[in-house]
Write a protein that binds this ligand. Sequence first.
Ligand code: 13P
Length: 254
Amino acid sequence: MRKRKKVVIANWKMNYDFYETTSFIRNFLKIVFERKINHNKEIIIAPSFPFLHISNQISQGTTLNIAAQNIHHTDKGSYTGEVSSYMLKSIGIQKVILGHSERREFFLEKNNLLFEKIKIALKYNFNIIFCVGESFLERSKNKQFEIVKSQLEETVFRCTSDEVKSFYIAYEPIWAIGTGKTATFEEVQIMHEFIRSLFFDKYGESVSNRIYILYGGSINDLNAKDFFSQKDVDGGLVGNSSLKLDKFLRIVQS
Ligand code: 13P
């Protein structure tokens, strides 16, 4: 079976100005290379739109990748305030987070729209970090598997097996995001195994072995190691704890 490397993604959401972003990335890179802690890992940081270009320039020639947090579902046109994959591609960005529960909740992004975003991202050869996850109410009714399955069926599973090679799936139970509450390691492993089995049923063994499934929701430097050691957890999508350099470094080292 193909061994998957670990992937750690910092989702900075709407945090950090120009100075904070650039100094974090410079310091992070310095320490990562001094301590050689990037071995056999993929590290991605997703800063805000205005700082993607400079962040990408700073990390040129390193193994750090920079991702956008969103894109519009078309490539250009009269959409005041929006940013497209066509624009991001021109500054060298190749990865994007789509389907985050905050986009679903606050910007009313539904699976249909997310599929449009997936299509345009694939057109520009982006890697897509696609988020799924249930609400607290859904979990309390034991509907988490049904919800995650339908989120995938209405989006990612409309892609061909060749296209799904461009995806990382992030399982982020909404009730664990920014709350300090996490799903237990076992609950996360069970969900990840379930997601992998869906990929197996839809695309077969080689895709299901290859697909990266990350966990997100209140990961910190103390619990990261236990999450990352679960069989089907290939890394994490980290919010709050990725904003502190020392914490994020410890998570990467986990
Ligand atoms: P927290 O790590 O702050 O819970 O956020 C998780 C998240 O939403 C990452 O995308």
